[in-house]
Design a protein around this ligand. Structure first.
Ligand code: HEC
Ligand code: CU
Length: 352
């Protein structure tokens, strides 16, 4: 079958436009997860390496593609032309093996150095954080500070954070084997797998205050795309204040909040057990839990893997049917009544 020349040209132009569109879709002036705008030492090291290796790769790409296209056009089939017939060219093969080997050897020096430098445990002032990945949310334990939180990580600026990535063997909601997740905050560094039954270590640090976005980067099931996270980077004093605030549970006199707390602790619902069988609402209780620790919940900007803004409306939707707002969410639909939801939302919003 042969395609007429005019049709061929149209196809080619169409394909070029599709390619161009794909290329342009990668451009963003201020993408929140831009690896090439690092905001911390460990991400900067990766960026420096990229800035060195990428231009070399581009030059090689251009040379190779030029030679390829040149050969295709220059030596294309023509009536009466016969390709020269020979087998092997030892000199050429040696040259084409030695040149790439030398380039790779040269690139491997800074690459290996960066890998080893990044793996080096930090010295001096260090914040230790244990990150546990669950389907489909993040748990953060601060062993030296005695607090636990979820999805939104808080760290002080300019302090190296030693992160232990702990892979759980099973999921605590349904006892199914846990899967591989990957922890990545593009502007601060990382991208390290969390493997069931294994411990991985990385170091991150932030050189500026602010909020940074990250996400799970290893496909882990239905809720994978909604397994995001936020990092809040504070001045040291503000970080210390956050820790202290998290440690105190405010007393309440509001009857609706008290009603919500009672439901949270001992409510029996049509669709499942009390909230407290999966959650604690106390950041100082470092027990293994099937669901996120809800201590200080009202101070979080987001919830459910940082995909929902922490608003009353979203909380109502969440409690009505979690999996309807977040694909694959393992929190069951508890069949709550409107009155129960109202009281529970008031309680959740009191957890400052
Ligand atoms: C069988 C265990 C289970 C029960 C019972 C349960 N939850 Fe959950 N809950 C979870 C899991 C798991 C998640 C995390 C879902 C996700 O983000 O993928 C969650 C998430 C949440 C969140 C969002 C937390 C965050 O920071 O992202 C809130 C709020 C919440 N649950 C409230 C409740 C309330 C209130 C009840 C009782 C009416 C309840 N849960 C009952 C397992 C449970
Ligand atoms: Cu994932």
């Amino acid at each position: 079958m042969s395609i007429p020349a005019s049709r061929k040209r149209r196809l080619l132009i169409g394909a070029s436009f599709v390619l161009l569109a794909l290329l342009l879709s990668a451009c963003a002036a201020n993408a929140p997860q831009d690896t090439l705008k690092s905001a911390g030492e460990s991400a900067r090291r990766s960026e420096d390496l990229w800035n060195l290796v990428f231009p070399i790769a581009v030059v090689i790409f251009v040379i190779v593609e030029f030679l390829l296209v040149f050969a295709v056009i220059r030596f294309r089939t023509k009536p009466g032309r016969v390709a020269s017939q020979f087998h092997g060219n030892t000199k050429l093969e040696i040259v084409l093996t030695v040149i790439p080997a030398l380039i790779l050897a040269a690139i491997s020096v800074p690459t290996i150095k960066t890998i080893f430098d990044l793996a080096e445990p930090p010295t001096g002032d260090v914040l230790n954080v244990t990150v546990v990945a669950h389907q489909f949310w993040w748990e953060y334990r601060y062993p030296d500070l005695g607090i636990v939180t979820a999805n939104e990580l808080h760290i002080p600026v300019d302090v190296p954070v030693r992160i232990r990535l702990e892979g759980q063997p099973t999921d605590l909601v349904d006892s199914t084997p846990e899967v591989i997740h990957s922890f990545w905050i593009p502007k601060l560094g990382g991208k390290q797998d969390i493997v069931p039954g294994r411990l991985n270590l990385i170091t991150l640090s932030a050189s500026e205050t602010g909020t940074f976005l990250g996400q799970c980067t290893e496909y882990c099931g239905l809720g994978h795309a909604e397994m995001k996270l936020l990092v809040h980077v504070h001045e040291q004093a503000d970080f210390d204040a956050w820790v202290e605030e998290l440690k105190v549970t405010p007393p309440t006199t509001d009857p609706l909040v008290t009603e919500g707390e009672k439901l949270f602790i001992q409510g029996q619902f049509a669709g499942g057990p009390a909230c407290s069988s999966c959650h604690v609402a106390d950041a100082t209780r470092d027990a293994p839990n099937a669901g996120p620790n809800l201590g200080g919940f009202a101070t979080r900007e987001t919830f459910a893997g940082a995909v929902l803004d922490n608003t009353e409306e979203n909380l109502v939707r969440w409690l009505r049917d979690p999996a309807a707002v977040k694909q694959g969410a393992k929190m069951p639909n508890l069949g709550l009544t409107t009155e129960q939801i109202t009281a529970l939302v008031a309680y959740l919003q009191s957890l400052e």
